[in-house]
Design a protein around this ligand. Structure first.
Ligand SMILES: [Zn+2]
Length: 258
């Protein structure tokens, strides 16, 4: 039974009014906060108010939303600065790999990938500094050569692209992913015109073994071989390499990155 308007408004028990058309006769200004809460408990709108009041608290306790980054590729042009290593007919390995890396970077960025270069000019960067640059994949770029003492007939036979994974990577998952990455690159680079594909190999390489990303090292050809040197010093071939890189990365990405 509802209390009717016979009593003073202060005495009205508001919870009961909720079932009464005389609700509006309740002097809301006299209702204590506790009573208001009691009223709300019976209100069909209770859940609504409950959620409204808790929303700021819930927002604080939720895991913050972090937008998913694009697929990121670390390109590591080998050597640089005082470290130039291989030289052939006036061409330095450190310059060739930097020029190729810049072309690959441009190509990948234009197709929506994020690229981080471990160096973008002629400077010395230690192997530890290079390996510390993290991404979804890490690709170190080099060019090979054989000793000058080796005769021209043998030099002409030793040529082509080689891809290395590290045999001392400790994390089993990284080893597996690095081998997958190597496989996709070997497939795409094998199809290039103008340069042959020599082998996939394993070796102990600090820039790979210290890495926290799936990582490979590509020897893009032998500067000691005339055909390879010619391929690697012509800018128009860099686009072919960049396209093969992109295809290999797309294949890897489609299997590993959603
Ligand atoms: Zn090198």
């Amino acid at each position: 039974m509802l209390q009717q308007t016979t009593g003073s408004r202060e005495n009205l028990k508001c919870p009961l009014f909720l079932k009464d058309t005389n609700l509006l006769k309740c002097n809301v200004s006299k209702i204590s906060p506790f009573s208001m809460l009691t009223i709300l408990r019976f209100s069909p709108l209770f859940l609504f108010w409950f959620l409204i009041l808790l929303e700021p608290l819930a927002a604080q306790t939720k895991t913050p939303f972090v937008p998913r980054a694009e697929f990121s590729v670390v390109l590591d042009p080998g050597h640089g600065g005082r470290d130039s290593v291989t030289r052939a007919k006036g061409h330095l390995e450190k310059d060739i790999v930097l020029n190729i890396a810049r072309e690959v970077e441009k190509y990948l960025v234009a197709r929506g990938m994020t690229v981080v270069m471990t160096r973008n000019r002629d400077e010395y960067i230690s192997l530890s500094q290079r390996a510390a640059v993290a991404g979804d994949v890490f690709i170190s770029l080099h060019a090979n050569s054989v000793a000058d003492s080796i005769g021209p007939s043998v030099r002409s036979m030793i040529k082509g692209i080689e891809i290395y994974t590290d045999r001392n990577m400790l994390d089993g998952k990284l080893v597996t992913k690095s081998k997958e990455l190597s496989m996709h690159f070997s497939r795409q680079l094998s199809g290039l015109e103008g340069i042959s594909f020599r082998a996939e190999r394993q070796k102990t390489l600090a820039v790979l073994s210290r890495n926290s990303s799936p990582a490979i090292l590509i020897e893009l050809g032998y500067l000691s071989n005339d055909e390879d040197l010619s391929f690697l010093t012509q800018q128009r071939n860099y686009v072919k390499l960049a396209e093969a890189f992109f295809k290999a990365l797309q294949e890897y990405r489609s299997q590993n990155h959603r």
